[in-house]
Ligand binder design. Structure first.
Ligand SMILES: *Cc1c(COP(=O)(O)O)cnc(C)c1O
Length: 227
């Protein structure tokens, strides 16, 4: 496929996702821009992402520090105002790299990581906004705070570590109705006074919007299947 055809298709898929987000907001009786699109560009080369940047989109998600480091500094230099969200697990030894790249960390999931950010701040770094990842399905292999532990964890992050936690994120288990997990995440956010909910991906972002998502993380529906 020629590059221009490919670019055109990416742009069409992007516009289509924006339209579906707007309809889902309207169906849910929510403001048209109540749910922000995070375009998840992981695995895609800069040239594949560029049409969406050229269209003026600013919010992108990546799940690996190393990969983001390889492609985003050049793209950020080319396009003003990009906000990059980390949506994958972060090792404490990558905190410094992550701080140089990401504007939002959506995967704050354990005390050791919170403490690593505190240490970086003490050394002069300014810290981004955070989302705490919640393992709503209590899956052993998955990152995130367990639902019963998250209130205490949030208190530690906010009171003790003084991290600017703005919301919660989750990745529902495969094969279960995502809406139950979206509702659980919203309840946890409400009782902790948090406004932002990062939930919903290509397969379920409209459901997530109906259940209160303020950020949807959409990759393949925009950039095509990752193969
Ligand atoms: C890859 C990824 C997404 C996007 O998934 P799609 O199904 O391609 O939309 C969203 N959130 C996280 C955490 C991801 O790793």
């Amino acid at each position: 496929m020629s590059e221009t055809v490919e670019n055109k298709e990416t742009l069409e898929r992007f516009q289509n996702v924006l339209g579906r987000i707007a309809s889902a907001c309207s169906t849910a009786g929510r403001d048209a821009c109540a749910a922000q699109l995070i375009a998840v560009s992981k695995t895609y080369h800069g040239d594949h992402i560029r049409p969406v940047l050229t269209a003026g989109h600013k919010a992108f998600g990546e799940n690996r520090v190393q990969e983001a480091k390889e492609k985003w500094p050049a793209l950020k230099a080319e396009f003003d105002g990009v906000k990059l969200h980390l949506i994958g697990p972060l090792q404490t030894n990558k905190v410094k790299d992550a701080l140089g790249l990401f504007d939002v960390i959506q995967t704050l999931d354990r005390e050791k990581l919170a403490r690593a950010f505190v240490k970086a701040r003490a050394q002069g770094a300014s810290l981004p906004d955070f989302y705490v990842q919640v393992n709503t399905g209590a899956e052993p292999q998955k990152a995130g705070q367990m639902p019963e532990a998250v209130d205490g964890f949030l208190e530690m992050c906010r009171e003790d570590c003084k991290l600017n936690v703005v919301g919660l994120m989750c990745i529902p288990p495969v094969g279960e109705p995502a809406s139950d997990h979206f509702d659980l995440l919203r309840e946890i956010a409400q009782r902790n006074g948090l406004e932002r909910l990062s939930m919903g991906m290509s397969g379920d972002f409209e459901t997530a919007i109906a259940h209160g998502a303020t950020e949807v993380r959409v990759g393949s529906a925009i950039f095509g299947s990752r193969g």
